[in-house]
Write a protein that binds this ligand. Sequence first.
Ligand code: ARG
Length: 462
Amino acid sequence: MTKTSNAMWGGRFAAGPDAIMEAINASIGFDRRLAAQDIAGSRAHAAMLAATGIVSDSDADAIREGLLTILSEIEAGEFAFSTALEDIHMNVEARLRELIGAPAGRLHTARSRNDQVAVDLRLWVREQCDAVDTALAALMRALVGQAAQGADWVMPGFTHLQVAQPVTWGHHMLAYVEMFARDRGRFADARARMNESPLGAAALAGTSFPIDRHMTAAALGFDRPMANSLDAVSDRDFALEFLAAASICAMHLSRLAEELVIWSSAQFRFVKMSDRWSTGSSIMPQKRNPDAAELIRAKIGRIFGANVALMTVMKGLPLAYGKDMQEDKEQVFDAADNLMLALAAMTGMVADMTAQKDVLRGAAATGFSTATDLADWLVRTLGLPFREAHHVTGALVAEAEARGGDLSDLPLDAMQAVHHLITADVFTVLGVENSVASRTSYGGTAPANVRAQIARWEEVLK
Ligand code: ARG
């Protein structure tokens, strides 16, 4: 016995789909997450159909009421989702027919699932942009809090993960604040661009019914309807922009996570992670593992993967809609869920961690970190060209290294043996505090600069 054909579109079919066909075709397993957006879109559409006289007020009222009932059924977990009904759109519509009878059949006038799903996903991604923005602001506040606590704490700055020059803890924290602020900008840009309504594009060509797309666009909080019906149903740029912004944001999170992994190691001890954000080992009793940081570091893999996956789905699609596009949702959901989780975990870790001021200070004074300050002194005080000063400083570093100490441990006569004009004044620039205090150029690491930037961010994030 063959199954009966699909109640929604099976008019021309004598038999139902093969079980495997049903399995590959159905999206209800994941697009049920669009239920609230689907119902909002349908309610706006029904109101417009009534306002334009395309359906009667009483039918539209019944539809709008019935949709609210369905929403509460879904929210209460009482809704029976059916794979045979493929997706959220047809599940909702089928239930509407059960609830209100014949008027349910008028809802799909002047509409297609192609514009319907495009509206739903746009609304969902738009909400995520707002949620991510809030989460990013919270993370930035936690970083600014860390910066404020150690605005003038000296730590080594690295290039190539080799000690380079002393910087301040506050400056290092604020570097991430800048990154996450750009992320907020990217999500905001994407949100502004995606805020156009595809509803009313219908299947691909628009409709002969006298619909009012401006009305539905306004009702759903869109700035305007999309101008081209083919583009409206075939565009997934909004999802891709979200995934691209999410990828860059996850990359920033991953870099910070990597620093936390390094900094919390026994070799560095720059930060102590709180118990709440550490895990133990089942065999090694001494361990405090930074699992959350490691998992955040790994999240970039799936988030960037989602971006690549959807780009790949879209790249060869002729206009307009193709069923390929059904594959957009799981990528977007997974990326959004994991980005939100990573942001929350990072915010908690950053807020709870304790920077080890003395360890940072000690590490800052190693690795000849003030060699550039010494070279600059030679330029400023003795008038040497920078290249020559660089060379002289290199010889001094070699001498200090041979003696097993740092630059500030070199006796003056050993320095004068390298360059006879060096005076004891040089020692004033070899201290790490002096080094950071002297970096007052705009954007530099001097504590005075850092405090000004903290004040700026506290104002922005208020
Ligand atoms: N479940 C579909 C999707 O996610 C909805 C649109 C189906 N449109 C169609 N013409 N079959 O893309």
